[in-house]
Ligand binder design. Structure first.
Ligand code: C5P
Length: 203
């Protein structure tokens, strides 16, 4: 089967993770949450490793750790993600995954722009700051984390600013990406809309 790549980018907590997982399941293709690579690298750095070494030594086990979703790890991820050498160390794995036989969905910040500019479908999933903060707040509370909605909003804004302003692979929609604003959508509707856009692009 010819490779078929669906690139789903966007800011933190816009819904791209949930949409990507659902789309991959529905279409029967593999899914890679590329944020996990940066989170696992960031976590290693908080434990004392140098950023490049941390990225180069990542293992499959690192990606399965249950504590990668904390706000502290998210911030560490966003900091290491602004280091060009760290990004370069993670490119080959992501590119190979993107072009694997059978097709793939990858979600992140630079999939449509840098990792797989030739992706057959590119979505840029976004939502207002307040909606994103509300969603992430509820997820964190459900996961037992003690946070306030204000803290979550500040964390998202700080990461978005760092991710958008960095020189290497900044967060931005690819020129040929379709923007999907999920501010006013329930998740089921957002998944349905993503599937519709993908079907339209696939022809
Ligand atoms: O998507 P997630 O919130 O898990 O990503 C954590 C951080 O990893 C982001 O804030 C961003 O700095 C970085 N990231 C990135 N490029 C990607 C995926 C994530 O820079 N493709």
């Amino acid at each position: 089967m010819t490779p078929f790549t669906i690139a789903i980018d966007g800011p933190a907590a816009a819904g791209k993770g949930t949409i990507s997982k659902a789309v991959a399941e529905r279409l029967g293709v593999a899914h890679l949450d590329t944020g996990l690579l940066y989170r696992a690298t960031g976590k290693r750095v908080t434990l004392g490793e140098a950023p490049l070494e941390a990225a180069e030594k990542l293992t499959a086990e690192d990606l399965k750790a249950t504590d990668l979703r904390t706000p502290a790890v998210a911030q560490a991820a966003s900091r290491v993600a602004s280091i060009p050498e760290v990004r370069a160390a993670l490119v080959d794995f992501q590119r190979a995954f993107a072009r694997r036989a059978g097709g793939a969905v990858l979600d992140g910040r630079d999939i449509g722009t840098v990792i797989c500019p030739e992706a057959e479908v590119k979505l840029f999933v976004t939502a207002s700051d307040a909606v994103r903060a509300g969603r992430r707040y509820r997820e964190l509370i459900a996961g037992g984390h003690a946070v306030t909605e204000e803290e979550v909003l500040a964390d998202l804004r700080e990461r978005d600013a760092r991710d958008s302003e960095r020189d290497t692979a900044p967060l931005r929609p690819a020129e040929d990406a379709v923007v999907l604003d999920t501010s006013e959508m329930e998740i089921e509707a957002a998944v349905a809309e993503a599937l519709r856009l993908i079907a339209a692009r696939r022809g």
